[in-house]
Write a protein of this length. Structure first.
Length: 64
């Protein structure tokens, strides 16, 4: 039976913690930042834990 290949795009963008949670960057910080408030830009800059509904599919793509 062939093994499931790791999805390289997901591998570069997320990090699995020791407890099994998935950390990722928040959306909205790539461009068009000039009209966003400083408070919003600081929030976008932080990492966050992935929502539980998408963790299962992400782990499959990571081969875990």
């Amino acid at each position: 039976m062939p093994k499931q290949k790791t999805h390289k795009g997901i591998r570069k963008r997320v990090k699995v913690t020791a407890s099994g949670k998935i950390k990722h960057r928040r959306t909205g910080g790539g461009h068009l930042l000039s009209h966003k408030s400083s408070k919003k830009r600081r929030g976008i800059n932080k990492t966050t834990v992935m929502h539980s509904s998408t963790v299962a599919t992400t782990l499959v793509k990571l081969g875990k």
